[in-house]
Design a protein around this ligand. Structure first.
Ligand SMILES: Cc1ncc(C[n+]2csc(CCOP(=O)(O)OP(=O)(O)O)c2C)c(N)n1
Length: 633
């Protein structure tokens, strides 16, 4: 163990016998099986040490070490292309594809991404973090290659969670039609974040316990070859072979046009290498089914893969004293469900992340985990609402994007009372641009009938949920991945939630901060900073992005010089844009309105407070921004 003192903090750098010498996948090719296993051990050590420091997807990565080694051993990456579904399990891949020296920066601001990231070079062909896209994109690359006469191999690696997405089947369906030589590896660990749910997962477990194929097929082949020598007509032997093979091979994947191989042990390196070498040149769609253990090699993670799916940073752990918005929602929905049996909860494979575990235990008949199927979740909610139930759909802001059309047709067009609880709205921090929830106001605001709200604090989240249940239309409530503050002491007006009404908080003066959701606290803090410089600011909690409180904003604009809208969201089509649009309709003096939010670009990864600082959405940045605006007017 070598202790090196980095610029910002002290880091522990390990001197590894094998890993330290792997600078590119080529360096793997001369290693023996024993050496590859020793290397796997070192990789695990490095991943565990780093994740304990930086947070990240521990269990999934520990399960994919041998698979990654075998893939890089057999294929010629980056010429050949590996597309990792979700790509939360690419840590080994990063370590072996020239990023070992920067691996200690993974998920940190200015460091490596925790996912496949195009900006990091040719080894990462796509930037991804959402599940279920790998087979589609891999097929697309292959189709393009055929047109352009490129001969490289394309491999999609997808988990048993990822393969429950509808998109995967759309792609598989299309593979048969296009007849492409795609290799899909199904990395089956029987877990999504929680145990994989649904009929498909049961089906995969049946395949796992009857791994008949390889051995049996070999035996059949040998017997038939012997029979041939025994004098049977060659064409009859071929026919017999085909029909026996077909009867051995019928499963969901073969029925959909894939050659199916497996189930094989995904931690057995020589077997994986042998299998991949055999499959490398097959000119048809092939699915290789492997089984792996989530958390492999780290006892705690093996025993509790749900907890170790994603590990928080030590900083997140130590700084959280109060309840998160997620926890506040989790308790509130249970309290309300106790009184109202129409309430049902829906999650798309994120019971833990959305705070629904307690609900699932207390109200199992009213809890629906649909798997990684956001579109289905919303359409299911529509049916439930149609029948009189009150569905509460808890999906992260970024993943709800997947269900955009169902929000349009199944929720908004039907005007059904579905409540969307959009956790992780705003900047999520270390997971970065694939996970930041910064588009939901814009993508929901344009649909008729929908109501959009965001609470300033814990108490308001509960009130908004209660209020949403009184409405007879779709409602979406956004809240961030943070602790929920208590800002009740700032309330000066009626605390009751009224449709389309904002709330006046502390302060006074010539300027208004019209803040939405998570930005109310930032606005209050910025107001205090500005007060020290003698600049007085009126703080208003916007509460609704649709409908906005046009009456109040109109009054404020008459009395004041400046109204600054503030949101943790893109300025394109967001809360501020809604205010400006209303201003155009009403003939307000638009010069007096400034929109403060995220510029029209993707925000990188890193601790949430660092990111907020970078884009000027922290109290200091806001205060500085106001001062510079004041200097110009
Ligand atoms: C569209 C979408 N919904 C939800 C998620 C959150 N998510 C990240 S990983 C994961 C589980 C993936 O399970 P699996 O593919 O089996 O991989 P494993 O972690 O088990 O290796 C989920 C639900 C996501 N990334 N994308």
């Amino acid at each position: 163990l070598k202790v090196a003192v980095g610029k910002k903090e002290s880091v522990v750098e390990m001197d590894y016998k094998y890993l330290s010498k792997i600078n590119s996948p080529l360096d793997l090719k001369n290693l023996s099986s024993e050496e590859l296993y020793l290397l796997a051990g070192e990789i695990r050590e490095e991943i565990i040490l780093t994740v304990m420091k930086n947070g990240g997807h521990l269990a999934s990565n520990l399960g994919a070490v041998e698979l990654t080694l075998a893939l890089l051993y057999v294929f010629d990456v980056p010429n050949d292309i590996i597309i990792w579904d979700v790509s939360h399990n690419v840590y080994t891949y990063k370590l072996l594809t020239g990023r070992r020296d920067s691996f200690s920066t993974i998920r940190q601001y200015n460091g490596l991404s925790g996912y496949s990231e195009k900006k990091e070079g040719l080894y990462d062909p796509f930037t991804v973090g959402h599940a279920g896209t790998s087979i589609s994109t891999a097929l697309g690359v292959l189709c393009g290659d055929e047109i352009l006469d490129k001969k490289r191999k394309i491999i999609a690696v997808i988990g048993d969670g990822g393969i429950t997405t509808g998109l995967s089947y759309e792609a598989i369906n299309n593979c048969r039609q296009l007849g492409k030589r795609l290799l899909v590896i199904l990395n089956d660990n029987a877990m999504s974040i929680s145990p994989t749910v649904g009929a498909l997962s049961r089906y995969l477990s049946e395949l796992r316990v009857s791994p008949i194929y390889e051995e049996l097929r070999k035996e059949v082949h040998t017997v038939l070859e012997k029979t041939k020598i025994g004098g049977l007509m060659e064409s009859s032997v071929e026919k017999l072979k085909t029909s026996i093979k077909a009867s051995l091979n019928v499963n969901i994947f073969t029925a959909l046009g894939f050659e199916y191989f497996g189930v094989i042990d995904g931690h057995n390196i020589p077997l994986l290498i042998k299998m991949l070498k055999n499959l490398k040149n097959i000119q048809r769609p092939v699915l290789l089914h492997i089984t792996t253990k989530k958390g492999k090699g780290y006892k705690d993670a093996e025993a509790n893969p749900v907890m170790f799916h994603s590990v928080s940073t030590p900083r997140e752990k130590s700084s959280s004293q109060g309840l998160s918005y997620t926890q506040v929602f989790g308790s509130a929905i249970c309290r309300l469900a106790q009184k109202d049996k129409r309430i049902v909860a829906i999650t798309a494979a994120m019971a833990d992340g959305t705070g629904l575990v307690e609900f699932s235990k207390r109200f199992p008949d009213r809890f629906f985990d649909v798997g990684i199927c956001e579109q289905h979740a919303v359409a299911l909610a529509s049916g439930l609402a149609f029948g009189g139930a009150r569905p509460i759909v808890a999906i992260y802001s970024t993943f709800l994007q997947r269900a955009y059309d169902q929000i349009f047709q199944e929720a908004s067009l039907q005007n059904l009372p579905i409540i969307f609880m959009m956790d992780r709205s705003g900047l999520v921090g270390e997971d970065g641009p694939t996970h930041h929830g910064v588009f939901d106001i814009a993508y929901l605001r344009l649909y008729p009938n929908i109501i959009l709200m965001a609470p300033k604090d814990a108490g308001e989240l509960e009130k908004m949920l209660e209020f949403a249940l009184t409405l007879k239309c779709p409602v979406a409530i956004r809240y961030p991945k943070t602790e929920a503050p208590d800002l009740s002491k700032y309330t000066t007006s009626d605390e009751k939630i009224k449709l389309g009404k904002a709330e006046i908080l502390a302060g006074g003066g010539d300027i208004t901060f019209l803040a939405y959701g998570s930005m109310v606290k930032i606005a209050l803090d910025a107001g205090e900073i500005l007060a020290q410089d003698g600049i007085k600011v009126q703080i208003v909690n916007g509460r609704f992005a649709k409908p906005i409180d046009a009456e109040l904003i109109g009054e404020l604009l008459q009395k004041q010089n400046l109204v600054i809208t503030i949101e943790e969201h893109t300025i394109v089509g967001g809360f501020g844009a809604a205010v400006l649009e209303e201003g155009i309709r009403r003939g307000w003096n638009l010069q007096k309105i400034k929109v403060w939010g995220i510029q029209d670009r993707f925000v990188t990864h890193g601790a949430r407070d660092i990111l907020l600082r970078e884009i000027g959405l922290d109290a200091k940045g806001l205060a500085e921004g106001v001062k510079s605006i004041l200097q110009k007017i």
